[in-house]
Design a protein around this ligand. Sequence first.
Ligand code: GLC
Length: 432
Amino acid sequence: MKVSCFRPWIVTLAAAALTAAGCGLTRTGAGPAGSPASLSGIGPITFATGELDTGSYLPSLLAQWNRAHPRQRVTLIRLPDDADDQLAQLVMNLQASSDAYDVMSLDVIWTAEFASNGWIIPLSRSLFPLSEFLRPAVETAMYHGKLWAAPFTSNAELLYYRSDILARAGVRPPKTWAQLAELARTIAPKFGLWGYGGQFRAYEGLTVNFDEAVQSAGGSILSPAGTQVTLNSPQARRGLAFLVSGFRQGWIPRAALSFDEQASQNAFEQGKLLFLNNWPYVYGQASRPGPGNVIAGKFGAEALPGPQGPGSSALGGANLAISAFSRHQRTALAFIKFLTSEAVERQVLINGSLPPVWTRLYHQPALVRKFPYLPVLERAILSATPRPEIPEYNQLSLAISSSVHRALMLKESVGVTIAQLSRELREIIRNG
Ligand code: GLC
């Protein structure tokens, strides 16, 4: 069958099928779909990305690009902080076939949804030095055997701790969740602190924290292929019971029920928390003393605890994708190649303390001196558990975060929560 390709701005619903079938929407000549030869459209572009961790490094990179490309200037479109709100804004525009966003920073959990809806175009693998990148990061950009975005930053949560307080108490950072609970319960109150904080508001961040608790107790939410719900297990109940006991016993403060990344970071920087579970960008920000930060130089970061020793984080991160509706896809690709180059990723690490996808940046002595946790972080990323790579991921996650939040508010028992949530997830997967 001959497949004809549309100009991007007259794309209709049929585009979804064509794109999913591997048809570069603006394909003009030789070269596989998603290769430079296949992409057309040179001109100004926009870059849509979440706000949370971009302030420290992005403006100077954009200025650098714009100086070198006066006819292909990039304009930043800031999306909300919260991953769920970012997704809602992107989806609303893409469902209307809007060309407002040329390059989009996609959370690693969205690849399947964006690819299967035909909102982004597949990219030739030969465009990027993928073998130099951390393998788990590359896998998050793949769907049904194709590359749909360029890995940009990876992510694994770390355990931040107040090194000054632990030293005064004469104890070492905890290696297991049981040790963490013990120190949070006994040491923190002696120093007038809350014990432990993470992301416990009902949104994607809570799904991440729940996922970590479940996997750290030896359980899982779905089977590896994402086809079966495996949540209804004693291990998953133990994982949730651990977090619930924190709220019940008070070593996780009730205030944490409304913590997202920023609010939990603020509490840590204001000197209110002994332990914090958060992403690596917090390291850079918390190291800069300022009016709201009293803990610069007084904290450390380690791998998340596990049942017996270092545990595993959920795999996070962001990939850069080209909108199927962009009119300047060739420029979009050039911009993505710029942002994912080794030199730029180095700057993103130095200025934003975001985890690069270039493996060798984790081993450069100068960088390890500046970010002593880099070797720990690399291991954390390599052992992190990906969240399910399925188009219905967002529905799944909304169900998880809302029922887990009810359990953390002590409104529903652990057993009932896990049983009901398992039923809901089965329903979502069945109808997906
Ligand atoms: C971070 C992670 C992302 C995750 C989000 C949850 O941005 O990189 O993968 O979904 O936090 O809030």
